[in-house]
Design a binder for this molecule. Structure first.
Ligand code: NDP
Ligand code: X2W
Length: 347
């Protein structure tokens, strides 16, 4: 029985387009309306031809009265937008799921420092629940505002949290090296994402200043009880989709490779979207492309007593729209896999 009425603000961006792709196949979603800040009245499929005969309706102006009649509203807008856009919608009806960074950091001064933007109202930040589904299901179920995690934090946290929580690795001295495809930067082109600059090029960016550093540190404390400062750096890879994060972590004395792997397997035994991969050669962004899977792998380096921990996701799916829908499923008491159980594209 299809019954959910869903609105998407920011539908003309990459996260929004992925929400549309999955929500159109969702067994419980009856009605999808798209909202825009710049193109009201335009027929959506005229701009996005791949949606001809799938979503031919016009884009709507963003309007609180209209949006308040929806069951769920997804906001997929640049940071600094929902800090102002969301408050009038809180408590008026729909469950709100925000894909931006505006409600993730519980400390507004930290948001101001890392995003260099005005933070959202504190009372709404405090109401919001961090939507790392596998680690916060109970709170997500009850939440009216969900702060969907960032793409990099999703890959990093899912791969390292079990090992920190079970005291197998030392949360101090974590060094995280992460790489992303260009769609992570959104639909609006810039000099660094321009084909002629990104193609045949591998570059580091936001060195030691990435806005996901405080998000990862906050979640390590929230879910594994460890206060830490991480070293985290990001690299732009000339591909469209995908994130691969590699964390180097000292292991506690006597910890074996078997213990590390078994800890991951045990943690995610009942979680359909996290796969523990035993062979490193089978880990790669094409193994999860287009899907909501997060693949993880761990290998102890016995020579240095450090573990190498790998997390792989599709940044637009598990890193954005897929996890947002997974959170909606939790809130609506649906199976987490509803509308999301697709086979990765691979090639
Ligand atoms: N791309 C990724 O891999 C990931 C992105 N995110 C986060 O999700 C959010 C969306 O990302 P993404 O889809 O890539 O971004 P895009 O830049 O591709 O799209 C953002 C959309 O937001 C809308 N928008 C812009 N300004 C405003 C405004 N002032 N008011 C309302 N809507 C506005 C625009 O649509 P219109 O002009 O029609 O209003 C635009 O299409 C961002 O905060 C991003 O950081 C999170 C995880 C992964
Ligand atoms: C490749 C690329 O540029 N990726 C983006 C990811 C943006 C994102 O998801 O960040 P918030 O949701 O926290 O704004 C970046 O590194 O900033």
């Amino acid at each position: 029985m299809k019954e959910l009425k869903v609105g998407i603000i920011g539908a003309t961006g990459y996260g929004g387009l992925e929400l549309i792709r999955f929500l159109h196949n969702h067994p419980e979603v009856e009605h999808i309306e798209l909202f825009t800040s710049s193109s009201a009245g335009e027929t959506f499929s005229t701009r996005f031809g791949h949606l001809v005969s799938i979503h031919d309706k016009p884009l709507n102006e963003i309007n609180v009265d209209t949006l308040s009649t929806f069951d769920v509203v997804f906001t997929s807008t640049p940071s600094g937008v929902t800090s102002e856009l969301l408050p009038p919608l809180v408590g008026v009806g729909p469950k709100l799921i925000d894909l931006s960074g505006d409600y993730r950091l519980q400390d507004p001064s930290s948001y101001e420092k890392w995003y260099k933007k005005k933070p959202a109202p504190l009372e709404i930040i405090q109401q919001s629940v961090y939507g790392l589904t596998e680690w916060n299901e109970k709170n997500i179920k009850e939440a009216s505002v969900i702060a969907n995690p960032g793409c990099y934090p999703t890959a990093v946290l899912l791969s390292i949290l079990p090992l920190i929580k079970n005291e197998l690795i030392d949360p101090n001295y974590l060094v995280i090296d992460a790489k992303s495809g260009i769609s992570g930067a959104g639909i609006k082109p810039s000099q660094t994402t321009h084909f002629s600059e990104a193609n045949e090029n591998l570059s580091i960016y936001k060195i030691n200043q990435h806005q996901h550093i405080p998000e990862i540190e906050q979640a390590i404390e929230m879910f594994a009880g460890a206060k830490t400062n991480i070293t985290f750096n990001t690299h732009l890879v000339p591909m469209t989709r995908g994130i691969l994060s590699t964390t180097y972590a000292p292991v506690h004395a006597g910890v074996t490779n078997k213990q590390l792997t078994e800890c991951l397997i045990e943690t995610y035994r009942d979680h359909p979207f996290v796969r523990v991969i035993s062979e490193a050669s089978a880990v790669g962004t094409n193994r999860v492309k287009g899907s909501n899977f997060c693949d993880i792998h761990v290998k102890l380096d016995e020579r240095t007593n450090r573990a190498t921990i790998v997390g792989v996701i599709d940044n637009l799916v598990k890193g954005a729209a897929g996890q947002a829908i997974q959170n909606m499923n939790v809130q609506m008491n649906l199976p987490q896999t509803s509308g999301l159980h697709v086979v990765p594209l691979f090639i």
